[in-house]
Write a protein that binds this ligand. Structure first.
Ligand SMILES: [Zn+2]
Length: 207
C-alpha cells in the first residue's frame, strides 16, 4: 500500500495533521488500539473529512466491536445525517483485528494487552521488511514484552513515574528498552515531566 497509516486518533487530530502538512484524505488505513477517548475522539472530524472533503476510502482495524462503537460515536457527533447523508459518500470499512492477517496489503499481528477493564489491542505491522510495534495503552506485563520482541521500532506508552494505574511507569519503560537493545523505542502518553526516548507533540521522527 502507498500512503500513510494512522495509529489511533485522539483529538485534536485534524488541526495537528494540517500543521504537519498531512492531508487527512491521504490516510486510508487506521489501526485503533482501544476505545478510550484520548485514542478516538479525533476520529469524528477525521471521518467527516473523508466523507465531505476527500471522499477517499478508509479502512479501520480495531478490537472486537469496533464498528458498533465507532458508528455510535459518529452518530453521537453528527446526528442522524451521519447515517443518511455522510456515511455513503465514501467507502468506510471496519475490520476486527485477527491474531494475524493482512489488510490493504499490510501484514500485521495483533495481541491483547493489559489495560484496566478496557483492555487494549497492540499491533505489529510489517512495513518494508521492518516491524513496527504499536502498543496503545498497557501495563508492563508479558504481552507487551511479546509485542516488542524482535521489532525494529516500538511506539509505546510511558505514562508517569512509579506504577500508574493500568499504564506503564517510566522505570518500567526504561527497563523494557534496556532489555531490547536492538530495538528503537519511542515513548508517548507521558502525562507530566519527561523521560529519555519520549516524543513530543507534533514531533516528526525519521526512522
Ligand atoms: Zn487507555
Amino acid at each position: 500500500m502507498d500512503g500513510r497509516i494512522l495509529l489511533d486518533g485522539g483529538a485534536p487530530l485534524l488541526p495537528h495533521m494540517h500543521r504537519l502538512g498531512i492531508d487527512p484524505g491521504a490516510v486510508q488505513l487506521l489501526f485503533l488500539s482501544h476505545f478510550h477517548g484520548d485514542h478516538m475522539l479525533g476520529l469524528p472530524p477525521f471521518a467527516l473529512h473523508h466523507a465531505l472533503a476527500s471522499q477517499t476510502p478508509l479502512t479501520v482495524v480495531g478490537p472486537a466491536g469496533v464498528e458498533e462503537v465507532l458508528e455510535r460515536l459518529l452518530v453521537l457527533s453528527w446526528g442522524r445525517e451521519w447515517t443518511t447523508e455522510f456515511r455513503g459518500r465514501f467507502q468506510l470499512r471496519y475490520v476486527e483485528a485477527a491474531a494475524a492477517g493482512e489488510v490493504e496489503g499490510i501484514e500485521y499481528e495483533s495481541l491483547a494487552l493489559d489495560h484496566g477493564t478496557m483492555g487494549c489491542t497492540g499491533y505489529r505491522l510489517h512495513l518494508g521488511g521492518r516491524v513496527l510495534a504499536y502498543a496503545g495503552d498497557t501495563e508492563m506485563t508479558s504481552p507487551l514484552e511479546r509485542l516488542v520482541t524482535g521489532a525494529d521500532l516500538v511506539i509505546t506508552e510511558a505514562t508517569g513515574p512509579g506504577k500508574p494505574h493500568s499504564h506503564t511507569g517510566w522505570e518500567e519503560a526504561a527497563a523494557l528498552a534496556a532489555r531490547h537493545p536492538g530495538t528503537r523505542f519511542l515513548f508517548n502518553h507521558v502525562y507530566a515531566g519527561s523521560l529519555t526516548g519520549a516524543v513530543t507533540d507534533l514531533e516528526v521522527v525519521d526512522v
